[in-house]
Design a protein around this ligand. Structure first.
Ligand code: BES
Ligand code: MN
Ligand code: ZN
Length: 537
């Protein structure tokens, strides 16, 4: 059943890591490097050094509300009396959180350029404030600057090791840009090419250690972003599965099941969705065993519709290109598994993704078809565009039966209706378990990947009763996200379960201090945090 994973060239090393061996190649054959490789990948190198070291390149200092500076920042400016006060007055800069002051070529200062970042009141900082500050700083570094030094010190004292690492995490999250398919970079294209940032911090050893786990998380986010951004001609179900198998390098056990294996399991719902595609449907099961031997795992389950045309119930053409992102749930699961394995989380976690392409075709499934799911329950198809719930029905049933999880969470770009309800700042949360729902809500607030609980209630079940089968795959016009969730609930039994409808968040993601990418990697940090807080501590 297991397919052996082959090494993967492009995806395996997460963005931000560079290949140096090729320089040797270049020296040998004197062909321009970019000719052999295409454009060099962007890279951001983050290092930590002790506070008080001389800054190199652009210096970033933190100024609190009343322009109050730390001792180290004040020392840096000591020989340029009044510089900050005069520049701030000229620019109306008051040290407000989120505001910046740029001072080019400051006289008598040991830095070519100063970037003053307003912090508001550092005493009031929450973790997310510091991460966002890092992101904002990264976004503010001018294109021409390849080297920068951040003085991680405020009037309230030096940043803790965790805070310095959070600042670095923010830089990493903001730095990402998906430009693999741009052969020319235009002026104004977001995102730097190569950059090295040093963070000056009180305890640099502790900060380095604290950053290690966060780096794994940032890598996981970038893995998810790459998957969501990748075009559908490249990222077919088999290619997605192949990329997921790169997790084996981190010690994750990866199984790939094809159509034959899924047929044996009776996954008639998932398989129907992919039957109109030339690409083989796949299920990938990823296991990270970092917890106690035999302890029930948590299951993370993702909808991976690599492209959703709607099938025979074809979608309108306008905007259809966005449906390459209909695998955002699966991408988040792979990214989260990456994060957990990279930081060696003390948990048993299983990631399960269903990868299909929903196409119109002579062999496609039809409205009117009646499918038999793995659970044995039958489903009348009303609309082939309500395909995500069919994929998840078999995944949830499989997860529950094989792993008897402590809890399971599925992520799916499931309904347009959730965007009508919540827009793009919250994912919809549906759960049969209050504790799990509360934990997810808390993790959302901590990471900024927020969720909003929506109702489940048996009354809605009427809306998906079918006259021919056990249920139909769509409800009526109203409450579309809720009827989709009610449908899923029929496949989870008593297992504590949460469904995140990420249609508004995982693709066409909001651009903010921590993300500039269409595929924002939404959900990776949420899941990682949930596991850390609910399972590891
Ligand atoms: N993948 C879509 C949902 C979606 C829409 C995600 C917009 C992201 C942005 C899903 O498969 C779908 O087509 N849902 C239908 C369900 C309907 C036919 C009951 C929808 O939301 O319109
Ligand atoms: Mn659809
Ligand atoms: Zn879909």
């Amino acid at each position: 059943m297991r397919k052996v994973a082959e090494p993967i060239p492009a995806m395996a090393s997460p963005p931000g890591h560079n290949v140096t061996i090729v320089c040797v190649l270049q020296a040998l054959c004197l062909i321009p490097l970019s000719f052999i490789l295409g454009p060099m990948p962007d890279s951001l190198k983050i290092t930590f050094a002790p506070l008080g070291s001389a800054p190199s390149g652009l210096a970033v200092i933190l100024a609190a509300s009343d322009l109050a500076l730390s001792k180290t920042a004040a020392a840096l400016l000591a020989s340029a009396k009044d510089l900050l006060a005069r520049a701030a007055a000229a620019d109306g800069f008051k040290g407000k959180s989120g505001s910046f002051l740029d001072i080019v070529a400051p006289e008598k200062v040991a830095a070519s350029r100063l970037l003053v970042a307003g912090t508001g009141k550092p005493a009031d900082w929450k973790e997310l404030d510091v991460i966002r500050l890092g992101g904002a700083i990264c976004g503010r570094l001018p294109d021409a600057v390849t080297e920068a030094t951040i003085l991680a010190d405020t009037v309230a004292g030096p940043l803790s090791a965790d805070q310095a690492a959070d600042l670095a995490l923010g830089l990493r999250l903001r730095f990402y840009a998906f430009d693999r398919y741009k052969t020319k970079k235009k002026d104004g294209d977001e995102g730097p090419k190569k950059r090295s940032v040093t963070i000056l911090v009180a305890d640099e050893k502790a900060a380095r250690k604290a950053f290690k786990s966060r780096e794994g998380i940032a890598d996981g986010v970038d893995v998810a972003r790459d998957l969501v951004n990748e075009p559908p001609n490249v990222l077919s179900p088999p290619e997605f599965a192949r990329r997921a198998s790169a997790l084996e390098r981190l010690g994750v056990d990866v199984e790939i099941l094809g159509e034959k294996e899924m047929k044996k399991l009776g996954m008639g719902a998932l398989l129907a969705v992919g039957q109109g595609s030339r690409k083989e449907s796949q299920m990938v099961v990823m296991r990270w065993d970092g917890g106690k031997d035999g302890a029930a795992p948590v299951c993370l389950i993702g909808k991976g519709v690599c492209f959703d045309t709607g099938g025979i119930s074809l979608k309108p053409g306008e905007g259809m290109q966005d449906m390459k992102g209909d695998m955002g749930g699966a991408a988040a699961v792979v990214g989260a598994m990456h994060a957990l394995a990279a930081r060696k989380a003390k948990v048993n976690a299983v990631g399960i993704i269903g990868l299909v392409e929903n196409m119109p075709d002579g062999n496609a499934y039809r409205p009117g078809d009646i499918l038999t799911s793995m659970s044995g329950q039958t489903i009348e198809i009303i609309n082939t565009d309500a395909e995500g719930r069919l994929v998840l029905a078999d995944l949830l049933w499989y997860a529950k039966g094989r792993f008897e999880p402590k809890f399971m969470i599925n992520l799916a770009t499931l309904t347009g209706a959730i965007m009508v309800a919540l827009g793009s700042e919250h994912a919809g949360l549906f759960s049969n378990d209050d504790e799990l729902a509360q934990n997810l809500t808390a993790s959302g607030l901590a990471t900024g990947e927020r969720v909003w609980r929506m109702p489940l209630s048996p009354e809605y079940d009427k809306l998906i009763d079918s006259q021919f089968a056990d249920m139909k795959n769509t409800g009526g016009r109203y409450g579309g996200s809720i009827t989709a969730a009610q449908f899923l609930q029929r496949f989870v039994g008593d297992t504590p379960w949460a469904h995140l409808d990420v249609a508004g968040t995982a693709m066409n993601s909001v651009k903010n201090d921590l993300n500039r990418s269409w595929g924002g990697g939404w959900g990776v940090r949420l899941l990682d945090r949930l596991v850390a807080d609910a399972c590891e501590s």
